[in-house]
Each structure stands twice: as C-alpha cells, then as structure tokens.
Design a protein around this ligand. Structure first.
Ligand code: ZN
Ligand code: FE
Length: 257
C-alpha cells in the first residue's frame, strides 16, 4: 500500500492509499475533491473508498463530488457521526475492520475533538514494515486536537489508546501544526533532549517547506506533551498529580498559547 500525501487548504493533508496493481485507491479525509481527482486521473486510479475520521468540513468537504465521479465508492465514518458525514454508508465502531486490498485497518473510537471521532490503524504487513495510523484531528505531531465536543477524560482515554500502538507506527495526522505545537511543548518541557532534537528537525523541514507528517509514534511518545500526562516531571510542571488534571491544564495552556 502506497500512501500519497496531498496538502490542501491552509494546513490540511488528504491521504491517498494506492494499490497500483489493481489501479484502485482509497482516500482519508478528503477536504476537497479537485486535488484528489487530479491525482486519481494522473495515476489512472479508480476510487473505491472514502475513510472519514470525523464530520468537520475540512475532512468531508470532497465526499459528495467524489461520490458523483465514482458512484460505487463506499463512504466510511464513525457510527456516532450518523447524519453528519455526507453520503456515509458504513457506520463504524471500535474494533470494526476496514479492508483495502491486502491490508485491514482496525477502527479505534477516539472521542474528544468531536464526540464521534474515529481513527484507522493498519498494522504492519511484515515485521520490518511500519504500521500506519490515520488519526484525523485527535493526535497531531507535538499536540492534539482541541476539545470541541468531548471531555478531557475522554481525550486522555482516546490518546491513551493511540499511545499503546507500536513505536514503529507512522502517524498521518490531518494538519501541519507541528512547528507551533513544538514551540508550546518546549515551554513545558524545555530540558527534554528528544524534544529539542525534534524541534530542530521540524524547524529545518518547515523552513524548506517540507511536511513534518508522517511522524513516528515512538518519537511522539518521547516529545508530545499530550501523550505524556502521566510523567511526574510534567505533572509537577503544571502543578497537578493526575493524568486528566495534567492534560486539562496543558490543553488549557495550549488554547491560550
Ligand atoms: Zn476537526
Ligand atoms: Fe481538521
């Protein structure tokens, strides 16, 4: 499975999952149809599936137009997003599976950013290959999504599920927010050497207009404060002693950053 990353709008990424032998593709969170159609046309691919993580317009904006071009396309989303995702046909719950050619994604229910948000995780196809995580606006590199419809406790639980995946997982987040996220992360964990190294790498990439996505989950576990709410050093920094309290404080500080 080849993954093509398409930057759109201000800072969104659309991801195309491609199988060249069969000349088919699936798309994750098509904010817009036109850039997806251009890629499909150029590569001579037929779209078979749309995988939506949640209902926000910058993730579903292309659904209808893509469906008009490919009437047989199957549109997936979370069960609790029923009525909010245009054209949705499959209503997924935690533990459900979505097949694309020879790969099978596991569905994780990850409420917090919205109450219906889901993530798609493709386990590695062999021990030497990475897993692929499509997490929408739940986990960002160096950060996490804002809490529009969920509680901090829900988001800690959701991020905890994603954090439990193997280090050798590529995290395909839906936004290029990494540099700003790490500027905040450095304010709360200035002495973290992995974070300092990641910041330098990201600053260089962005200065050359390169994407910082995908990110390695193993690096995120070492550098992303929103995956580190149970670290005593970080808890002490924000004056809390528990995970949800620490996350809540960090999220509040980030919202004002
Ligand atoms: Zn969103
Ligand atoms: Fe978004």
């Amino acid at each position: 499975m080849e993954i093509i990353q398409i930057p759109v709008l201000r800072d969104n990424y659309i991801f195309l999952l491609v199988d060249r032998p069969q000349q088919i593709a699936a798309v994750v969170d098509p904010a817009q149809a036109a850039p997806v159609l251009q890629h499909l046309d150029r590569l001579n691919l037929r779209l078979t599936a749309i995988l939506n993580t949640h209902h926000h317009s910058d993730h579903i904006g292309g659904n209808h137009e893509l469906q008009a071009h490919f009437p047989e396309v199957v549109i997936y989303g979370g069960a609790k997003d029923r009525g909010r995702i245009p054209g949705q046909q499959v209503f997924l719950e935690e533990g459900d599976q979505v097949q694309f050619v020879d790969r099978v994604a596991q569905v994780y229910f990850v409420p917090g950013h919205t109450y219906a948000h889901i993530a798609y995780y493709f386990p590695p196809s062999s021990p030497s290959e990475p897993g692929e995580l499509f997490c929408g606006d739940t986990l960002f590199s160096g950060g996490c999504g804002r809490l529009f419809e969920g509680t901090p406790a829900q988001m800690v639980d959701s991020l905890g599920k994603l954090r439990a995946l193997p280090d050798q997982t590529r995290v395909w987040c839906a936004h290029e927010y990494t540099l700003k996220n790490l500027q905040f992360a450095l304010e709360v964990e200035a002495a973290n050497p992995e974070l300092q190294a990641r910041f330098q790498e990201v600053r260089l990439a962005r200065s050359q207009n390169q994407p910082t996505i995908p990110a390695w989950l193993g690096i995120e576990k070492q550098t992303n404060p929103f995956l580190r709410w149970d670290l005593p050093r970080l808890q002490a920094k924000v004056g809390k002693t528990d995970s949800v309290g620490t996350f809540t404080k960090l999220r509040g500080m980030k919202d004002l950053h």
